[in-house]
Design a protein around this ligand. Structure first.
Ligand code: HEC
Ligand code: HEC
Length: 335
């Protein structure tokens, strides 16, 4: 049998490789761009047995990916491996941690791309790794902190809360909107239960920032104004205690999104209203009315400042100018 040269390439899609295969091949490391002779009986075992070469001896900073073998442009084999990613933050495979945790880290940093929206970007577009998953801004939406930080992140969410949110777009405290609703609809609602749980377990292990900002005083004029607006306009659905009604109206008291450093998503929802995703598991999606016709920019800022600092929360004041800026930026957008 004649041998053909094949090229090894590293990709980060897992769709065609079963998790079992990932497990079985947890050890091999491979050289990107290596050329080997193609053997028609090329198998997972064969690819897994590739020699470790070059400087690729230490797995620190390398993340699980897939090594695909191509001959004449055709895919002839694929196997999980470790490789250095240039497009994402550093992920250090941790042999001390359970498989579920590593699987979660792999999914979050790799195929699920949570950091693409939730990790802040530098001017050059790279991830600010020191602020990993601590919230970011994209096209007039803010994506909140999804570490286990108790004040701005998912500290009050259980593993089950995260799993339910990823799979249905809702949970007992909140509902997904905008780009997150789209991601749930197109992708996360199709995660297996085990993978959703692995992601949740991993997120709950991230300590986040841990510095708690001081809450604004209840007597501050903006808090008094915000509290009155909240009572009149919002409490009917979200509750005087901010707890909402499970699965119908989000609990503002437990929302990391509402306390996000960047309040854009919350402002946007108050101005425009929101209707979250309907998934097969939960086909009806309740709606949040729009208030841009009723409240001034000062009032929107005040009610949000109140919500951010009531019920044990603490976050910097929302400025009326932030509402004005977002309003003009949203004006030409239909969604
Ligand atoms: C396309 C961008 C995008 C991607 C990808 C994305 N998110 Fe989000 N996410 C958002 C935005 C924007 C919000 C805020 C909107 C909302 O809360 O409904 C959000 C909200 C959330 C929230 C809700 C927090 C709260 O308190 O309301 C969680 C939890 C979350 N994302 C987890 C994840 C995880 C886990 C992944 C990866 C598996 C992920 N997201 C991927 C954009 C994204
Ligand atoms: C008629 C009921 C109703 C009223 C009144 C109402 N909301 Fe909502 N609100 C909702 C629903 C439903 C959602 C969930 C929307 C979605 O699917 O994302 C929501 C979501 C929100 C969110 C996003 C919370 C999160 O974690 O995702 C904010 C912020 C919010 N509302 C603020 C307000 C403010 C401020 C007022 C008063 C000015 C108000 N709401 C009045 C029903 C209501």
């Amino acid at each position: 049998m004649s041998s053909t040269e094949i090229t090894l390439r590293v990709v980060n899609a897992i769709s065609d490789v079963a998790p079992a295969a990932w497990d079985a091949c947890a050890n091999p490391t491979c050289e990107v761009g290596a050329k080997i002779d193609y053997n028609p009986f090329i198998s997972h075992d064969f690819l897994c047995s590739l020699e470790l070469s070059g400087s690729v001896r230490n797995r620190a900073g390398w993340q699980p990916m897939h090594l695909v073998a191509e001959a004449g442009g055709e895919l002839v084999g694929a196997v999980p491996c470790y490789a250095k990613s240039h497009s994402q933050g550093e992920y250090v495979f941790d042999p001390q941690k359970p498989r579920e945790w590593n699987r979660g880290a792999f999914l979050v940093d790799g195929p699920a791309h949570c950091g693409a929206c939730h990790t802040p970007k530098s001017i050059l577009g790279g991830d600010k790794t020191a602020q990993y998953l601590q919230g970011s801004y994209l096209q007039d939406w803010s994506a909140p902190d999804i570490t286990n930080d108790a004040s701005r992140g998912l500290g009050h969410w259980t593993v089950d809360d995260i799993v339910t949110y990823l799979k249905t777009g809702h949970n007992r405290t909140t509902a997904a909107t905008g780009p997150m609703a789209e991601a749930v609809d197109l992708s996360f609602s199709k995660l297996t239960d085990d993978d959703a749980k692995a992601i949740a377990t991993y997120l709950k292990s991230l300590p986040g920032r841990q510095d708690t900002p001081a809450p604004l005083s209840r007597d501050a004029p903006v808090m008094i104004a915000g509290s009155a607006i909240y009572r009149d306009q919002c409490a009917a659905c979200h509750g005087l205690d901010g707890k909402g009604i499970a699965r119908l109206f989000p609990s503002i008291a437990d929302s990391s999104m509402v306390r996000s450093d960047d309040p854009s998503t919350a402002i946007r929802i108050v101005l425009r209203g929101a209707r979250s995703v309907a998934t097969d598991a939960e086909p009806t999606a309740p709606g949040m009315p729009s208030y841009s016709w009723l409240l001034t920019d000062e009032q929107v800022a005040a009610v949000l400042t109140y919500m951010r600092n009531a019920w044990g929360g603490a976050a910097v004041e929302v400025k009326p100018s932030e509402v004005t800026r977002l309003k003009s930026s949203l004006a030409p957008r239909p969604d």
